[in-house]
Design a protein around this ligand. Structure first.
Ligand SMILES: *[C@@H]1O[C@H](CO)[C@@H](O)[C@H](O)[C@H]1NC(C)=O
Ligand SMILES: *[C@@H]1O[C@H](CO)[C@@H](O)[C@H](O)[C@H]1NC(C)=O
Ligand SMILES: *[C@@H]1O[C@H](CO)[C@@H](O)[C@H](O)[C@H]1NC(C)=O
Length: 408
C-alpha cells in the first residue's frame, strides 16, 4: 500500500527541510517565468511564420506582455530562450553567436531590453558537441561559453544533454559547467538536465545534483496533452523517495513547462497541472503565447494563493500520500505547520466523484493539532472554515480535475 510504504520508508527524511542546494544564492524559491520550447519549438522560418519564429521580435513581444499583462507582477520574472537561437557556427574567436538574421541585435541587446523592463533573461545550451536541434554545442567550451553568457548579461542557463558521447564523463561535464558559471562571478541560475540523461546508464545521486544545479529535469519533454501531464505525475510519484529529499531552497526537481493556455488541456486538466506543479515545488515556466491567452487560463496562472504554495519559503516538495479508487492524494508541507493538499480524480468517465478527506489519511497531521482552517483554492475559492482533528470533508472532484486545499 502506497501510504504505508511511504510512511515507513521515507517519512523520517521529510521531517527535515530540503538539503542545502547549490550555494549561489539563487532560486531560493522555484524559478518563475516563460520558456519558448513547448509552444514555439524550433520554428526558424521567419518568412513563412514571422510572428511565431524564434527571433528577437518574439522575445521582445513576450517581454512586453509579461510587463503589461500582470505576469511580472504575479512573479513570472525569467524570460527564457530555448534551443534554435544560435548561428550555425562559432565566430573567429570560437565564441557563440546568435543567428544574425533572427537576432540582429544579438543576445546582449535582448538582455538589455529584458532588464530594462525589470525581467531576467534565460538562455539554452548543451553539454555535447551539438544542441538537440543540431546547433553548435558547448562541449570543449564550457568556460568560454559561461563567460560569453555572463558578458551578455544572461541570468539563467538551461543546459541540455544531447550529442554527448563520453557518457562516463556526463556528470563531470554538468559539474564543470556549474563551476564555470560560478567563476564568471555573475548570478546565473543553472537549470540542468543531468538526471534525465544520466539515469539511462547510472544511478543518479540526487544529493550531488542538488549541489551543482538550481533545478534539474528528470523526465522527457512535456507535451501539450493530458497524457503527458499524467506521465510526469506518475513518474515523479514513483521516484519520490529519491526526488523529494533532494529538493529545497536553491535546488528543485523540474517536471518541465506549464502548458496551460495552449490547445491540449481541458479546463479541469489545466487546474490539475497548476495545482500539482505547485504541490511539487516545480519551477513555474509557462510555454504559451502570452499575446493570445484566454482570461480563465490567465487567472489560473496568476492565482496568488496557488503561487504562494509553490513559492512557500520552506521549500519542501510535496509527495503523493495515497493512490486508490482512481483518486490521487498529494500533500506539501508549508511554513508554520500548514499543509497544501490536492485530490485528483483519475477516473475519466462520468461526472464529479466524492472524495472523503479526513485527517487520518494525511501523512503530516501537524496542522489541526487543536483546530485548523481549511480553504479550497482550486478549482474555485471556497472557505470550509474551522475543523478539529477528527474532521472529514466530502470533496467533489471532476474527472481529470483536482481540488487544491490549504490547511492552516
Ligand atoms: C572538467 O574539468 C576538469 C578540470 O578543468 C578537466 O580536467 C576535465 O577534463 C573536465 N571534464 C569534462 C567532462 O568537461
Ligand atoms: C560561487 O560559489 C561560492 C561557493 O559555493 C558561493 O559562495 C558564491 O556565491 C558563488 N558565486 C556565484 C556568482 O555563483
Ligand atoms: C551522494 O553525493 C553526496 C554529496 O556529494 C555524497 O556525500 C554522498 O556520499 C553520495 N552518495 C553516494 C551513495 O554516493
Amino acid at each position: 500500500m502506497d501510504t504505508v510504504w511511504w510512511l515507513l520508508s521515507f517519512g523520517a527524511l521529510l521531517c527535515l527541510p530540503g538539503v542545502p542546494g547549490l550555494d549561489n544564492g539563487l532560486a531560493r524559491t522555484p524559478v518563475m517565468g516563460w520558456l519558448h520550447w513547448e509552444r514555439f519549438m524550433c520554428e526558424t522560418d521567419c518568412v513563412r511564420n514571422p510572428n511565431n519564429c524564434i527571433s528577437e521580435q518574439l522575445f521582445m513581444q513576450m517581454a512586453d506582455m509579461m510587463v503589461s499583462n500582470g505576469w511580472l507582477k504575479a512573479g513570472y520574472k525569467y524570460l527564457c530562450i530555448d534551443d534554435c537561437w544560435l548561428a550555425t557556427a562559432r565566430d573567429e574567436k570560437h565564441r557563440l553567436q546568435a543567428d544574425p538574421i533572427r537576432f540582429p541585435g544579438g543576445i546582449k541587446k535582448l538582455a538589455d531590453y529584458v532588464h530594462f523592463h525589470g525581467l531576467l533573461l534565460g538562455i539554452y545550451q548543451d553539454l555535447g558537441i551539438k544542441t538537440c536541434a543540431g546547433y553548435p554545442g558547448s562541449q570543449g567550451f564550457y568556460e568560454l561559453d559561461a563567460q560569453t553568457f555572463a558578458d551578455w548579461g544572461v541570468d539563467l542557463l538551461k543546459f541540455d544533454g544531447c550529442y554527448y558521447e563520453n557518457l562516463e564523463q556526463l556528470e563531470e561535464g554538468y559539474r564543470n559547467m556549474s563551476i564555470a558559471l560560478n567563476r564568471t562571478g555573475r548570478n546565473i541560475v543553472y537549470s540542468c538536465e543531468w538526471p534525465l540523461y544520466a539515469r539511462r546508464f547510472t544511478k543518479v545521486n540526487y544529493t550531488q545534483v542538488a549541489e551543482y544545479c538550481n533545478s534539474w529535469r528528470n523526465f522527457d519533454d512535456i507535451q501539450d496533452s493530458w497524457t503527458s501531464i499524467k506521465m510526469v505525475l506518475d513518474f515523479t510519484a514513483a521516484l519520490q523517495e529519491q526526488l523529494v529529499p533532494a529538493a529545497g531552497p536553491g535546488a528543485w526537481n523540474d517536471p518541465d513547462m506549464l502548458v496551460i493556455g495552449n490547445f491540449g488541456l481541458s479546463w479541469d486538466q489545466e487546474v490539475t497541472q497548476m495545482a500539482l506543479w505547485s504541490i511539487m515545488a516545480a519551477p513555474l515556466l509557462m510555454s504559451n503565447d502570452l499575446r493570445d491567452i484566454n482570461p480563465r487560463s490567465t487567472a489560473l496562472l496568476q492565482n496568488q494563493e496557488v503561487i504562494a504554495i509553490n513559492q512557500d519559503p520552506l521549500g519542501a516538495q510535496g509527495y503523493r500520500v495515497f493512490k486508490g479508487d482512481n483518486f490521487d492524494l498529494w500533500e506539501k508541507p508549508l511554513t508554520g505547520g500548514s499543509l497544501a493538499v490536492s485530490v485528483t480524480n483519475r477516473q475519466e468517465i462520468g461526472g464529479a466523484r466524492q472524495f472523503l478527506l479526513s485527517r487520518g489519511i494525511l501523512w503530516k497531521g501537524l496542522a489541526c493539532k487543536n483546530k485548523c482552517y481549511i480553504t479550497q483554492l482550486l478549482p474555485r475559492r471556497y472557505e470550509y472554515g474551522y475543523f478539529n482533528e477528527t474532521f472529514s470533508l466530502l470533496l467533489p472532484v471532476n474527472p481529470s480535475g483536482t481540488v487544491l486545499l490549504r490547511v492552516d
